[in-house]
Design a protein. Structure first.
Length: 261
């Protein structure tokens, strides 16, 4: 037995798979459910930086999904910078980006009009779902609480500009899905019908590579650069009520801030 620490191979800590299971009765696709489960473990810190993701065979056996679904989810986590791969070794947890504050909250419509473009929207997905664990933790609600999930393709002068995935606590805005959000403003309806005004928000910003599905919606090539934003919105009572993910085309969109001393 070799006890020489200089010649010993480094130990790699492998992640435990004790976690939530996917729900085959849910309207949310399996790959979205598994993505939410694995991402929740990462962003909460349940899985530490540098820990190794179990092999695809273990994930397939644990979650009872196909390898295609596993690879789709892992590729998405890689593209979003949450895990990274090492040739011949496996996939590992990456360091998550830090949060940044907003200086001013503006809607997509206002933003596009300021840029001289005509805003448009197509609804990709709209349904009530049980709150995924990572989203529930961000909004301080129980896992499984009823939420509105609204996914929209945002257009600028008829050209795809971004994908927005919104999660809203349904008890704060019952009946919200009755609106046609390809024609009406989600923010205006929240304000006018439910009295919910966004007072502040916290967001993270980083660069990711477009998945195949995202590339198809945005009319770009897979793995094209996207500006990825995650945001938690707070009401005027300082209660978090919305979690949103936004994927902007990197070739058509840029952010700017005006700074003051």
């Amino acid at each position: 037995m070799n006890n020489d620490p200089e010649n010993a191979r480094p130990l790699i800590k492998t992640i435990s798979l004790e976690t939530n299971m996917v729900n085959r009765q849910s309207k949310m696709p399996l790959h979205e459910q598994l993505y939410e489960i694995l991402k929740g473990k990462i962003v909460r810190g349940d899985w530490g930086v540098g820990e190794m993701i179990p092999p695809e065979s273990d994930l397939t056996e644990k979650y009872h999904v196909s390898r295609i679904v596993i690879r789709q989810v892992l590729n998405r986590l890689v593209n979003e910078g949450l895990i990274y791969r090492q040739q011949g070794r496996g996939s590992f947890i990456a360091k998550v980006s830090l949060e940044q504050g907003l200086t001013r909250i503006i809607s997509f419509t206002e933003d596009m009009l300021r840029r001289g473009l005509i805003p448009g929207t197509k609804v990709v997905f709209a349904s009530l779902i049980p709150a995924p664990e990572d989203v529930a933790n961000k909004l301080n609600i129980p896992t499984g609480e009823e939420m509105v999930r609204l996914e929209r393709l945002r257009l600028a002068s008829e050209e795809p500009m971004s994908i927005e995935e919104s999660y809203l606590i349904h008890r704060f805005c019952p009946g919200l899905l009755e609106g046609d959000y390809s024609r009406i403003s989600l923010r205006q309806r929240l304000e006018q019908e439910f009295g919910i005004h966004i007072s502040r928000a916290l967001q993270t910003i980083r660069s990711v590579a477009a998945t195949t599905d995202q590339a198809r919606l945005l009319s770009i090539q897979p793995r094209s650069p996207l500006l990825f934003i995650e945001r938690i919105s707070f009401s005027q009572q300082n209660v978090p009520f919305e979690f949103i993910r936004i994927y902007y085309r990197g070739d058509r969109y840029s952010l700017y801030n005006e700074l003051h001393d």
